[in-house]
Design a protein around this ligand. Sequence first.
Ligand SMILES: *Cc1c(COP(=O)(O)O)cnc(C)c1O
Length: 434
Amino acid sequence: MKKVPFVTKQQIEEIVKTYPTPFHIYDEKGIRANAKAVKEAFAWNPGFKEYFAVKATPNPVLLQILHEYGIGTDCSSKTELMLSAACGITGGDIMFSSNDTPAEEFVYADQLGATINLDDFTHIEFLEKALGGRFPKTLSCRYNPGGVFKMSNGIMDNPGDAKYGMTKEQLFEAYRILHEKGVERLGLHAFLASNTVTNEYYPQLAGQLFELAVSIKEEIGVSLSFINLSGGVGVPYVEDAEPNDIRKIGEGVREQYERVLVPAGMTDVAIFTEMGRFMMAPYGGLVTKAIHEKHTYKEYIGVDACAVNLMRPAMYGAYHHITVLGKEDAPKDETYDVTGSLCENNDKFAIDRKLPQIDNGDYLFIHDTGAHGFAMGYNYNGKLKSAELLLREDGSAVQIRRPEGPMDYFATFDGMPVFDELKKQMEAVSKLGS
Ligand SMILES: *Cc1c(COP(=O)(O)O)cnc(C)c1O
């Protein structure tokens, strides 16, 4: 599929009058249509619930839009739990899928009524102690089968190398203990492959987990209440790739349900998911302005965003498609490295990329930044995180997170003598204008 930005040059020229670049912008219309499609794809399962992985895009406005479609939150830290609770998303609408979890976070998750997903066998005792000698009524256990997870199209991932989850033996023992301790609703969770661009991943994972659930019932008499397929449903970052079809994925899971669970008499098992990337990545873009061109041993375009705003290319060498707004149909007859301003040579949004000729002042739309984009931001080189905007269905834009200012960067020096001096510097700099 051709990658077309959800905003035009004209729209961006209007938006930058109020909100200067760089910023991440999210497409409300796309988010809503996709949330609805996910709900419909799994409507065959009455207990179905998607728990949006908050770490992908921790913005309360977006969490609340998703919540309108019955979507809860998948949290993994204290602050993510706080965000969720502040949005009114609590109780069974929270999945707490953390690992290496501090005791106080288990306590807080329990207080909110979240479903706690235990990453390790030793966390059974740890949780019991943290909660003063009791267990919640509902608990989930995270499974790691080890080895490699392969799909027929050659995509594979390496659970055996991953720090998450329990072995099969630990898992069975965990259910035995938790059942004995009076936990009423037990669930199974596994995340075995990341960013899978194939409709096969969830059905294959589901088949494997459903078979496991049947043997858990047969061997230890525990009938699981829910099975959580977690995240890992991907999006194509490159152009001309076939995106996942959530209807086919939902149908594929249903076929496995009918093949494995129904014959075993397990007809009321709820299906949960914790998608992050699939829910949000295509519906976000990073908009940045070209401010320098440099001709040395290569051709460079310097933009006003940097890896602080989008870390995936620097961190994983990830490809993000770039459209030069207003030059959508121009021939791509230049080869550029598109760089940010960090003192790190990996701060490049694109390397040797064929693009139309770029002039200073052009706006670049970096695609698919709606998940694991803004959220991974950091503050290296004293760079500040950008604003987040929401493109409403009527075409207007609202700010759903202001950009960081210098005092946000300095905030943790409060109480130190230098803090007042930093404030003075900040005031002096703000008088310089832009
Ligand atoms: C990161 C994560 C997700 C979301 O993963 P995506 O690849 O964004 O779908 C879901 N569950 C857990 C436990 C995670 O750590």
